[in-house]
Design a protein around this ligand. Sequence first.
Ligand code: UGA
Length: 431
Amino acid sequence: MIDIPRNIAVFGAGYIGLVTGACFAQLGHRVVVRDIQPERIRMLHSGEVPFFEPGLGDLIAQNKERLSFTLDAREALRDAEAVYVCVDTPPTASGDADLSRIWSVVDALEATSPLVAVVVKSTVPVGTGARVRAALDEAGLGHVGYASNPEFTAEGRAVEDFLHPDRVVIGASDEATAHWVRDLYDGIGAPVEIMDVASAEMVKLASNALLATKITFINEIAAVCEATGADIRRVSRAVGMDHRLGPHFLHAGLGYGGSCFPKDTRALRAMASNSGYPFQLLNAVIEVNELQPRRAVQRLKEELGGLRGRRVALLGLTFKPGTDDMREAPSAVIASRLLAEGAEVTGWDPMGRPGPVEPWTSVTRHASPLEAVTGADAAIVVTEWPELRAADWPTAARRMRRPLLFDGRNLLDPATLSQAGFTYMSVGRAT
Ligand code: UGA
């Protein structure tokens, strides 16, 4: 437990805000989480979590005494010593981050509260902190410290990542604020990197861009493997054994998705371009990633000799397993391309709930992989849900019109699938 419990107001009850609030409460702080969506707050008041995140519901329940939720900004701010800004910063049409929600929080701050520090956790362009600082000064809040404290939590393991991070990054313009924010993390045994605000903002964007680049690099190596007879799984494994490269994010697939990498890479590209530097490598990463799902559809089309009138089952729809998040999922691009080519599309996912929008209104959803593939000419493993490893593939092969399986995540064992009667295609292997 923490030595000095603080009063923290967290603005934004999304993935980042709720995880931040619940974890700070777990460390011993008193936390009020504020959101503008009444439905979200109603759910939280009745003990429900508005989205799936392992361990988060339990953590909220365990810390009920120190954790509350409100729609009212004033109530959240009344006793707050720290304001954590965890609102979303969605992309505008040009790829720039829309910071309007951050400004609404700053506008709500008042000189009368016992505020010590305003801390931004939302991902923002470099330079945002300096602008917030100037706005605070103008609002008579010159005595309040400012810090950037980016988050590095991945969906599906966010609680674990928050409580056991590789590092905590704090950017502040003065040492006192940096140390005050650092003390909020007492009890977390991770290195704390203290730096200036602009550098902290850049660490977040650079980390996500480098991870996205690593994935894209291995996806391109996979394409060359397909053409030359090498096996990407063996290549990735042995490349990752070099400690300078590391084994993570070398899993070839259908491209990265989610609410972070696509948005943050575009935001960094836009920011670099606005500052006069065209970020060519990142531009290539974004373009290559957008091509990944399209390439998969093209390969399937060639294998089937056309897609018109074919039925294709998509197995897994979320952007990765262990989450119900459908944002920027490669499955949406694949479904759209297949439909545009005249195919009929079915789908299965244990958690994803696609909204009533295209392409999902044209995709027939099924409760099990077996139902989804029945009568299909091909099935594509789009998301590596563990359930698919345990699926009854021999029965699936018999129920399909044509037993063709495109393993877009290299999840399954080619020999097992061949024995089950499938023609097996995958990523980064000649077979
Ligand atoms: C990512 C980062 O991993 C977090 O550190 C960061 O805090 C977060 O974004 C954020 O900015 O909020 P997340 O988007 O939840 O987290 O998901 P990841 O697990 O990183 O996966 C991203 C995408 O890359 C997924 O579509 C996944 O399938 C894909 N991926 C990942 C691969 O295709 N290959 C890999 O080897 C790894």
